[in-house]
Design a protein around this ligand. Sequence first.
Ligand code: TRP
Length: 328
Amino acid sequence: MRIFSGIQPTGSKHLGNYIGAITQYVAGQERGEAIYAIVDLHATTVAYESADLREKTYDTLALLLAAGLDPDRCILFRQSDVPQNSELTWLLCSVTSFGDLNRMHQFKEKAAAQRELVSAGLFFYPVLQAADVLAYRANEVPVGDDQRQHIELMRDIAERFNARFGETLVVPEHRIPEVGARIMDLQNPESKMSTTGGSEQGTVLVLDEPAKIMKKFRSAVTDSGEEIVRAPDKPGISNLIEILAAVRGVSFADIEKEFADARYGEFKSAVADGVIDYLAPVRERYSEIRADDKGLEATLARGAQKAREIAAPVLADVQRAMGVGPLR
Ligand code: TRP
C-alpha cells in the first residue's frame, strides 16, 4: 500500500493542520510506504516572494521532522526536485478536461483573491496535483475534505489515461482524516481553523509560545448555558471538547465526564494546558532542527533521490503509452 500526500510550504501551520494532517502523515509511516512532498511548485501559482519560498520549505520540513516523520521510514521531498513530476503534468493535460478545470471551486476562490494576475499556473494547479500522486502510483491520498474535487479530478485523469492509452496509472483513493478535520476557529467556532481565512486570536499555531496558547484558549468564545457537553447549539464548547480529546488521545465522553462539574473558565485553562503539553516537544525539536539549513537540504536531497527512482519508470511508461520520448 502506497500513501502520497502533499503539503504547502507555508510557514505557520495551525493546530487543525497538525491534528488533522500532520499526525496522519506520521501514522502513515506505519501503515504503508509513505511518500510526502512539500509542494513548492504549487506555491508559485499565486503571488509570493521568491526569497521566502526556500525558507518556508525549510520551515515546513523542520516541522514535519519535529512531528515525527522519519526520512528512514518515509520519502520526504521537495516537489521541484523531481522533474518527472513536472513533465508528467504536461502529459496529463492531454487527458484533462478544460471544462472540469474551469469548475474547480478552489481555482475560483483563489482567482477571486488575486489582486494582479490570475496565472495559468493557478488554473493548472489540479493537474500538477494529479501528477504528484499518479507519478508514484499511490493507492491512497490522505488530505482534508476541501481537496475532494481535486481528488475526484485526479481519479478521472487516471481513468481517462488508462482508457485511452492502456492500463498504466493507479487510480488513487481519497482518505479523509476522522479526527482533527473539524477543528474550529476559537473565536468563530462555526468556521474551520485557518491561517488564511480565520481570526488571529482564534487560530492556535503549532509554534505559538505557551503563554500565547493560554491566552487564545482563555479568550475562546463559549456558548450560553454552563454544561460541558457536545451539542449542536454549543459549537464553542464542542470544539474545545474535541480538541482536548484529540491531544490527550481519549474519547469525547471521557472529557465530558471529567469536566462534568467544572466551570467554563476552568475547562478552557485545562484545554490550553493539554494543548501546551502536546505541542511543547514539537516546538523544542523544531528549533533544533530548523537551525541546520545544510542538514535540511541534505534530507531533501536524499528524499528527492528516492522519489525520482519511483517516478522515473512511471514517466517512462506514460511516455511509451503516449508515443513520445525515446524508443525504449
Ligand atoms: N492542494 C493540496 C492542498 O492545498 C496540496 C497538494 C499538492 C496535495 N499536491 C498534492 C495533496 C498531492 C495531496 C496530494 O492541501
